[in-house]
Design a protein around this ligand. Structure first.
Ligand code: AHR
Length: 342
């Protein structure tokens, strides 16, 4: 169930709730949201939804993010989890306010996808004091207090950077190149995928003397910024560029037309490496305009629901859960590849 509309109409920070009032409050939330959605309440359904999960999504910046939101909503619907979801619109302060509302509601479990790594300790201490376990979804935080978090469910971003670099080293071998000039379009500054994808990539290419990153530029995980960055890079370096390493598909899809406008062929004159492997990027890979897409799956909903259920039942959970990921590239036969779902 989706509670976003209801939550935004109530000043929860002022509504203190006693422990004994929790059940009544949950029921009133259910009833209120049913009124908003215009449905009549169904007794069995209300009774079977016995875990209340507050989830703060960070934004709507990419097809990856939309796929992640949809998966979490769908997996909550298919389980005994009632979902209170808020979108932070890429603002950390909005996410912190949402977490405070979840605490005021005394939800059973809080989950959130932090836009950046720093700055969460205070609100997470409040959650800990309220006895509410917290799960990180997708991205990580930086803290000296690991006890603030019960579990992290998300990709191994460092390994994604390594996979991107390993592909590039093989590609350089096959092209017989002696010198490779790389431009990097990074994701949101101070976010986990930006930091880890970059370090995985850099740690791997630094062992190969052919590789030089001539510029690294922040594209903020947005298509429009990817285009803007590429315009700047084409103007500054033009055909000097051998490789674009872009931290997500959205920015890659923004960058490709800028390369074409400059009279070069992406995938041929310039090697293009992307991350996410959403359907649109896979289609462009098949057209030959992208050379490699490292997979980052947004399908984290089932693990989140399972983890929330275990935490509510007082069971032990794994501290870190990484989904299995691979890559798709021009070395492979992709004709049988099934639809990606995001
Ligand atoms: O945190 C995951 C990243 O965030 C994805 O690579 C990107 O597309 C999204 O915006």
């Amino acid at each position: 169930m989706f509670f976003g509309g209801f939550l935004k109409t109530v000043d929860l920070e002022k509504s203190a709730v006693s422990n004994s009032g929790k059940k009544a409050l949950i029921l009133s939330v259910l009833i209120s949201s049913i009124i908003i959605s215009g449905c009549s309440p169904h007794k069995d359904k209300v009774q079977s939804q016995n875990i209340l999960l507050g989830f703060s999504q960070l934004g709507t910046e990419s097809a990856w993010r939309s796929g992640n939101t949809a998966d979490i909503v769908n997996k909550a619907k298919a389980s005994k989890v009632s979902l209170m979801m808020e979108n932070g619109n890429r603002r950390q302060e909005d996410q912190i306010a949402a977490i405070r509302r979840f605490i005021a509601y005394q939800v059973d479990v809080i989950a959130f996808s932090p836009i950046v790594e720093e700055g969460w300790d205070n609100v997470l201490l409040e959650a800990k004091d309220a006895g509410i376990p917290v799960v990180l979804v997708d991205r990580d935080i930086s803290t000296d207090n690991p006890d603030l978090i019960s579990c992290k469910i998300g990709a191994d971003f460092y390994n994604e950077g390594v996979m991107a670099a390993d592909y590039l080293i093989r590609k350089a071998d096959s092209l017989g190149k002696k010198e490779i000039k790389i431009v990097e379009i990074t994701g949101t500054k101070d976010s986990t995928p930006m930091r880890k994808r970059q370090s995985g990539f850099m740690d791997t290419i630094k062992k190969d003397s052919r590789m030089t990153v001539i510029e690294s530029i922040n594209g903020d995980f947005l298509k429009s910024c990817g285009a803007e960055c590429m315009r700047h890079l084409m103007k500054k370096y033009g055909s000097e560029i051998d490789v674009v390493f872009s931290h997500n598909d959205e920015m890659t899809l923004g960058a490709l037309p800028e390369i074409e406008k400059a009279g070069l062929l992406p995938g041929k004159d310039i090697v293009i490496i992307s991350i996410d492997a959403g359907q649109e990027a896979i289609n462009v890979l098949k057209e030959g305009k992208i050379n490699c897409v490292v997979e980052c799956t947004p399908m984290l909903g089932k693990e989140l629901m399972d983890t929330a259920t275990k935490l509510k039942n007082g069971e032990k959970v794994e501290k870190v859960i990484h989904p299995k990921e691979g890559y798709f590239c021009d070395e492979q036969d992709l004709s049988e590849l099934s639809l990606r779902g995001y």
